[in-house]
Design a protein around this ligand. Structure first.
Ligand code: GLU
Length: 318
């Protein structure tokens, strides 16, 4: 179906109308799904929150509901650390992490043993730990955390973006699985930095608190071949942008990545905080937040909202 927005979108009112229609589509489902409870600070979030924002390559934007409320972006951060690491070490990164869908849950350890400490892709926890290690580059965690935070502030064009230290601490206190993954990778010689430094940096990057509006703005360069269409700066080269989109499409929703491609058809990355960043190439970046998760750990209502948006706009890449 060719949607109403099958051209470059330049109009705030049109985008606001689109989001209002999507919000109405998912209204009956709001509050469904299960909030992640393995990180205690996330378990306290109200499952009835719902926000969505869209920023178009033209600079037009709109948001709905809780679209300006900060939430824990969790694994959506992996898109930005991947971008940062590719800028820092380039293709050498692919010697340390693969680019195939894992078909496994986000925190699975079994594959790592078979694949001798080379994680399947940079968007599962094991792969993201290797990416974080590449960013750390033998510096102190505070320095790398400050760099990641500054990067997100720059990309979102908003100096108020911050790390929620309570979430970071909550995750550090309970992150035994991530500690296992990091130790395992270290045992295979695929971490340069101390395990504790990698984990501290990783927990802080996952604890970045951003609103849908900030997140969509930060991801906009991925919709525009690596160049921020509003500010004009090149963030990554065109090839890297294409590859990051490909990895988001094939690996961005863990073992439900195929289902997301089937239903939505856009590169996307989810986080257990209930956020999803989706990219409509040449058109827009979209962020949605609804804390209740489905059984694969992806936002239940967020996925439905993106499915509705894709259907209404015809923006699926397929
Ligand atoms: N910080 C979370 C963890 O490592 C991220 C998982 C996710 O968002 O999928 O468990």
């Amino acid at each position: 179906m060719q949607g109403i927005l099958g051209r470059i979108v330049e109009n705030n009112a049109e985008l606001a109308g689109l989001l209002a229609a999507v919000a109405a589509d998912v209204a009956p489902q709001i509050g469904t799904g299960r909030v992640a409870d393995y990180i205690p600070a996330l378990a306290r979030v109200d499952p009835r929150r719902f926000g969505m924002a869209i920023v178009a390559c033209s600079g037009a934007s709109a948001f709905t509901g809780d679209g300006e409320a900060p939430f824990s972006i969790q694994s959506v951060s992996k898109v930005f650390t991947l971008t940062l690491a590719l800028g820092r070490v380039g293709d050498a990164l692919w010697r340390r992490v693969g680019r195939e869908p894992s078909g496994s849950p986000f925190n699975s350890i079994v594959q790592l043993e078979h694949e001798r400490g080379i994680p399947r892709n940079p968007l599962i926890n094991a792969g993201a730990l290797v990416v974080t290690d590449a960013i750390l580059a033998r510096r102190r965690p505070e320095i790398a955390i400050a760099e990641i935070l500054a990067y997100l502030r720059e990309l979102s064009d908003d100096p108020t973006v911050n790390v929620d230290r309570e979430v970071a601490k909550s995750e550090a206190d309970t992150g035994f699985r991530n500690a296992s993954l990091a130790n395992f990778i270290k045992a295979f010689g695929n971490l340069d930095n101390p395990v504790a430094s990698v984990l501290e940096t990783y927990f802080n990057q996952c604890a970045l608190a951003m609103s849908c509006r900030q997140l969509a703005r930060a991801g906009l360069f991925l919709a525009n071949r690596g160049v921020d269409p509003v500010g004009g700066q090149r963030i990554v080269d065109e090839e890297a942008a294409r590859r990051i989109n490909a990895i988001m499409m094939t690996c961005g929703h863990y073992d439900a990545s195929g289902d997301f491609a089937f239903r939505v058809g856009l590169p996307g990355k989810s986080g257990v905080g209930g956020g999803i960043l989706a990219i409509a190439p040449r058109r827009a970046a979209i962020a949605v937040w609804a804390p209740g998760l489905n059984s694969a750990g992806n936002s239940l209502v967020g996925s439905l909202a993106l499915e509705s948006l894709a259907r209404r706009t015809g923006w699926s890449v397929f």
